[in-house]
Design a protein around this ligand. Structure first.
Ligand SMILES: [Zn+2]
Length: 563
């Protein structure tokens, strides 16, 4: 009886103590662009203290976290992490989609109503190597095309207009998505070498941003190199630097040291982003933001998202198993340690809820796979023999013009008006087109959107991931899935080594770690989805889930604050 009472009272006290736990002063969301789940730990033996090792040793670590949508691209993953919704609901179905009203391709966060605040800081199409950015019809940017609320929005809704909510990234879409509709976003202009924002957020720059840009920190890298952090002999890939399949940008090359070149070089700022310098600059800017805006200084919870883009650019150009990526990951660890150390000093990690994940993984370079005897290849739609298929479709449906009006992977957009004008059934045409596409080399699946939406396909994971990606007003009419380890690598003349964007596991598999705020370390093997992240943050803070949330709060994290 006595033992029983002790047990009962013990539970009451434990519950009371936990219920009285104050909310975190800061939610720090770190997103590493293109950090596949296995890459965080592959080189852990040479990582230091306070960064990735701190998170792994002290956090709740999910060992099998996946995106559940098929088009594993940057805005799609970021918006999913931000909203807990599938792209079908949040609307970010691709970095680029065809806008039927405008009659052209659009870039996810473009918005002509909200110009950027700096002159000559928009996308320089000569200099821009990101093919999705080149699709933008305007330099204006806003989150208005994101159709559901983000966790950061829910935090702002509960706290009112004084909420401090910020998103920072080299990439506009990496910052804007996470800051949500209510927060403020800053991103890096390669054209200006400065962090910028748009009139959606501010009428003029806060003084601290002007002051940070006036320091001209990016230009301190002029005439220096991206050097290996450690002695070359200590790297697993130390003697595998000069590989024929790596992209060698003129001036930057494909071997260490990689020169950044002169400050007035056309690609100087681009080279910074394809190296650890991009992450170091982002963290430096985030630290200035934390101090200037006083994040985490009172009992009202603030939010800061830091999306680190360099791992993505490095992975694209050299591949995820290159020496460049190995060094990038070791330096990413230092950037995260720098950020966490600063937050510990200013706020305290025990009062900061940290979550780290990634917007997508990556495919291995086919050249590397060939070395291992594993089938992999680049695809080039220009090489496809399309004429026989087009002839068969024209014979079947009697449409003179091209049935396909646009192909921006993964979606094929049909000429819906011509189909309707000819009195043809949309689904019948989509299925016929899909039937032709799937005959092409390297294509695993071609899925009719109309058939998918009415439930005509079997309920299996890959089909569900395409359905999770389907937004009626934005998605194309046929979704194309390539065979595993097969992908397009040539984008308007820029040839990359590696890519992502498939529904296969190497693209969906990402890290997911919650740490700080007194969380007890734990490793969780069960499969979870990235849509669970935002609802988990909402549940810890006792907020309502974001409006389109499809995930569930993760119980291993929740037992901490809601016994
Ligand atoms: Zn990305």
């Amino acid at each position: 009886m006595k033992r029983m009472l002790v047990l009962v009272f013990g539970m009451v006290f434990a519950t009371a103590a936990l219920a009285a736990e104050p909310p975190p002063r800061l939610v720090l969301q770190i997103t590493v662009d293109q950090l596949r789940g296995d890459l965080m730990t592959r080189y852990l033996d040479r990582m230091g203290e306070g960064g990735i090792r701190y998170l792994l040793d002290n956090g709740i670590v999910y060992l099998d976290a996946h995106h559940a949508h098929a088009n594993t691209e940057t805005i799609v993953g970021h918006a999913t992490l931000a909203t807990g919704a599938h792209p079908a609901a949040h609307g970010m179905i691709g970095n680029v989609w065809f806008d039927h009203d405008l009659g052209r391709l659009v870039y996810n966060v473009e918005d002509g109503d909200f110009p950027i605040l700096s002159a000559d800081a928009g996308v320089d199409k000569d200099q821009e190597i990101d093919p999705t950015q080149r699709a933008a019809g305007t330099d204006g940017r806003s989150p208005r095309a994101i159709l559901t609320s983000t966790f950061s929005d829910e935090l702002a809704i509960s706290q009112g207009p004084d909420a401090k909510v910020f998103g920072v990234s080299v990439k506009d879409r990496g910052a804007i998505s996470m800051a949500g509709h209510a927060g403020k976003a800053f991103w890096f202009s390669k054209a200006a070498g400065e962090f910028i924002t748009s009139s959606y957020y501010y009428d003029e720059y806060p003084d601290w941003v002007t002051a940070w840009n006036a320091r001209k920190l990016p230009f301190a890298y002029a005439d220096t190199n991206w050097e290996l952090l450690h002695d070359r002999a200590s790297y697993r890939n130390g003697d595998r630097d000069d590989l024929a399949y790596e992209t060698s940008l003129p001036g930057f090359g494909n071997v260490f040291p990689h020169p950044y070149g002169a400050a007035d070089g056309k690609y100087f700022t681009t080279f910074l982003t394809i190296s650890p310098a991009g992450d170091a600059l982002t963290v430096d800017f985030a630290k200035a933001l934390i101090d200037a805006e006083g994040l985490g200084q009172d009992d009202v919870t603030d939010y800061l998202s830091v999306s680190l883009s360099s791992t993505d650019y490095v992975g694209h150009l050299f591949g995820p198993s290159s020496l460049e990526t190995e060094d990038q990951l070791l330096q990413l660890d230092r950037a995260i340690a720098d950020l966490l150390g600063f937050v510990d000093d200013r706020v305290g990690l025990d009062r900061t809820l940290i979550v780290l994940s990634a917007d997508h993984g990556a495919a291995e370079a086919p050249g590397y796979m060939e070395e291992l005897g594993i089938p992999a290849r680049y695809l080039n739609p220009d090489d496809w023999d399309k004429e026989p298929g087009i002839a068969r479709l024209q014979a079947e449906f009697g449409i003179g013009g091209p049935l396909i009006s646009e192909y921006f992977h993964p979606y094929i957009y049909l000429d819906n008006e011509a189909i309707a004008a000819a009195g043809l059934d949309q689904e019948t045409v989509e299925r016929a087109v899909a039937g032709e596409i799937v005959r092409l080399p390297g294509v695993a699946l071609a899925i009719s959107s109309t058939a998918l939406a009415r439930g005509a396909y079997p309920d299996m994971p890959i089909i569900r991931s395409v359905l999770n990606n389907y937004s009626p007003s934005r998605s194309g009419d046929v979704f194309v899935v390539f065979e595993p380890h097969s992908f397009i690598n040539d984008f308007d003349g820029l040839t990359v080594t590696s890519h992502h964007g498939s529904p296969w596991a190497y693209d969906t598999y990402v890290p997911l770690i919650f740490a700080g705020y007194g969380l007890e370390p734990r490793r969780v093997a069960r499969r979870v989805e990235t849509v669970d992240l935002a609802p988990t943050l909402s549940a810890i803070l006792e907020l309502k889930p974001p409006s389109g949330a499809a995930g569930v709060p993760l119980k291993e994290v929740l037992t901490h604050s809601n016994p």
